[in-house]
Design a protein around this ligand. Structure first.
Ligand SMILES: [Fe+2]
Ligand SMILES: [Fe+2]
Length: 338
């Protein structure tokens, strides 16, 4: 209803005004189907991506500094409070180590998302123009996120004063993941994108105790990931088309295998985080404390990277569309990671 005012403001002639109004109505219709039972659209997703597109230099560097007097991660993901034997400053250091690992692990998984999306786009470069542009925009944003997270790591290590190792190397992880059925990989990427949405909306957005700069990085990442989650849904649908129930079930088993592979990485990450904690705080935990630390932090990592996605309603809805049996399968496995 505000289209006439907008077109007047832009000094459009009546024909242009009609065209603009049509375009807006069409975009609105596409957005409406996005939130209902209908499919997402490449065109609406591309339009949203162009609206939110930001530059790295606008969100990190210069006066935009991390504040190490504040926690970086929401407690629901960090789960440092149950470690009652730690002092407040030690809990905060562990929280920040988890924050560094969080963006490090995102950088890592985006190293396999980027080639996967490019490979998915390439065979249809001469097809639907919106599809090609939306997928290339997606890939470009992941390349930007990888760059952003490298910039973050430089700033983090400078301010924190200690190196915090992250599992890898990214090339080896990408090679192992990409060796799987493309549908299993697309489901893994879908899992990661919805997980980002859930973390920000459920735990970060309204938490005023977090460092504003770290929160800003999560917010900007979330803004672009919102489009990725929709495009992943379309990629999963495209890759599942024409497959039998047995083939779908086999791909979902491979998705769970990738989850198991990532879980092994999370166990290793907890060890890295304990080393970084010991160096940063100079607190040598006794055997019982190390055991409590490792168990609590492994489950915190499992919830962060696995359980929070395997129980996400949009992930489950996409699985159900493939076959109710595969939704049930994932729902049965998920509690181990919550
Ligand atoms: Fe990303
Ligand atoms: Fe993404």
């Amino acid at each position: 209803m505000i289209r006439t005012c907008e077109t007047n403001k832009n000094n459009c002639n009546p024909e242009q005004a009609q065209s603009v109004a049509w375009q807006k109505t069409n975009e609105r219709r596409e957005e409406m189907t996005e939130n209902g039972q209908g499919r997402y659209s490449y065109r609406a997703t591309l339009a949203n991506a162009q609206k939110v597109n930001w530059r790295i230099e606008d969100i990190i560097g210069d006066d935009k500094r991390l504040d190490f007097s504040k926690p970086f991660m929401p407690e629901s993901l960090a789960r440092v409070e149950p470690l009652g034997f730690l002092r407040a400053n030690e809990k905060r250091a562990l929280n920040q180590i988890r924050g560094a690992a969080y963006l490090g692990i995102f950088g890592l998984v985006e190293e396999f998302i980027l080639p996967f999306v490019l490979d998915h786009a390439r065979p249809q470069l001469h097809g639907d123009d919106y599809r090609v542009r939306a997928l290339l925009q997606f890939a470009g944003e992941e390349a930007k996120h990888i760059h952003l997270f490298k910039r973050f790591r430089e700033e983090f290590e400078r301010g924190f004063g200690h190196e915090c190792a992250v599992i890898g190397p990214p090339e080896a992880i990408a090679q192992a993941v990409l060796a799987h059925d493309p549908l299993a990989v697309a489901l893994t990427i879908l899992h990661i994108e919805w997980m980002t949405q859930r973390h920000y909306l459920d735990s970060v957005k309204d938490d005023q105790s977090l460092d504003p700069q770290f929160k800003s990085l999560l917010k900007h990442h979330w803004m672009e990931e919102a489009q990725h989650a929709k495009l992943d849904t379309l990629m999963v649908e495209a890759l599942a088309r024409g497959r039998s129930d047995r083939e779908i079930e086999a791909a979902v088993e491979e998705y769970l295998e990738i989850g198991g592979f990532l879980d092994a990485g999370l166990k290793q990450q907890v060890g890295f985080d304990l080393d970084a904690f010991t160096r940063a705080t100079r607190r040598e935990l006794n055997a019982d404390e190390k055991d409590q630390f490792s168990r609590a932090q492994l489950q915190a990592n499992r919830w962060t990277y696995l359980g929070s996605a395997m129980t996400h309603e949009r992930v489950l809805a996409t699985l159900e569309n493939l076959s109710p049996a595969v939704r049930k399968r994932v729902e049965e496995v998920a509690p181990a990671f919550c």
